[in-house]
Design a protein around this ligand. Sequence first.
Ligand SMILES: *Cc1c(COP(=O)(O)O)cnc(C)c1O
Length: 452
Amino acid sequence: MEKLRYERPVLKKLETNMPNKFGLRTEYVPKTHIDGVAVKDLIKEYGSPLFVISESTIRKTYKDAKKAFTTRYPKVQFAWSYKTNYLGAVCNVFHQEGSWAEVVSGFEYDKAILNGVDGSKIIFNGPDKTEEDLEKAIKNESIIHIDHLDELYSIIELTDKLKKKPKVAIRVNMDTGIYPMWDRFGFNYENGQAWDALNKIMRSDKLELVGLHCHIGTFMLTAQAYGTAAFKMADLALGVKKKYNHDIKYIDMGGGFASKNTLKGSYLPGDDTNPTFDDFAEAITSALINSDFEPDNLPMLVLETGRALIDDAGFLLGTVISNKRSSAGKRTTIIDIGVNILFTSFWYDHKISPAQPFTHYTEDTTLYGPLCMNIDVIRESISLPLLNKGDNFVIHHVGAYNMTQWMQFITLRPKVVMIDEKGKAYVIRENETIERIIAMEKVPDHLKEFEL
Ligand SMILES: *Cc1c(COP(=O)(O)O)cnc(C)c1O
């Protein structure tokens, strides 16, 4: 028998970061490929850092979500939440799957139109719709979700000018047992604001009230809140039917379903504990089915799920810049991914896997980004095998919000690549260049020259 090689014992210092009774979890499997494409090849070809989106994961996640709802309820329509990820290629995968567009600004509205979405399949949310935005939406027969009374009055005013009967819904906020309550958008259910808006719409006779909308929070960790919300929405719709003999065509339950990410401070990985599409679907559809709607006249159920549909399809590939020890002796690793491109690292403990094989030795590590800023921390504490300069790694579940909330700060934003269902990679967004940034700037003549 060959003599085993001696490896020195390692003293492990306990770092305090929310240990739980199972200890801190370590990722033991390297992530070497995404949909059959080698991570190292992707970085060689497109650079590091690099966002990678898996088309087949989007389609599979979408189909799972759709199935959870359509097996429980007869009429279901998804509307893709643009602000969650409005890259054209990403939106169009959802549109190919049958999703409408859900937008919250004039910019997003125009983007949906440019993507080729028919105006009547665009749901227009948000508190800031300009007169021009509203006019465009009315002409295109889009559905306007009214956020406040000033908007309602603007729309009523526009109807005279445009000679059209706009399709509208109101956004309703309510107490669902989740605090702090999201009550800044729309009209409150409990204090009568929602009824006030509904009465104003029904009595004006200039608008077509087609739906009711709510969006009760984001990254919701309990499905029951949606049951409560759906019950209150049904109550409003039934009230409108009773008072005005008017059918509400759809109830829109917004977005907010949790993805598989792990919120900071959680004891267990989100993968294991967050509610599933089935949990959310069960809560919502049973509330609607058990309400007093006539069984063959149920309103359509609209879902604006964002995060939970795209998070898992997004990966962020990166490279180790250097290793150091903190003053207290803790291992710190500097990587080429900063909080400017990974916004969600502020609230998630992102799962991170090395992209090459490693030994079983792990050490509690702090992962710092490349920015010259103290806040640039990607993971405060993560048990990782030793990564050396030049090693690669993959950050998981980054598809939601990062490619819209990222900012150009200190470094330039990287390319985004999509891998199609056959394993072919396409650049779906180019990296930023200094030329593009400078092209937007103007230096006044008197500031063009200087001597040092
Ligand atoms: C942001 C947003 C969504 C999507 O929310 P997720 O938490 O990403 O699912 C849906 N509807 C509205 C009105 C929103 O503002």
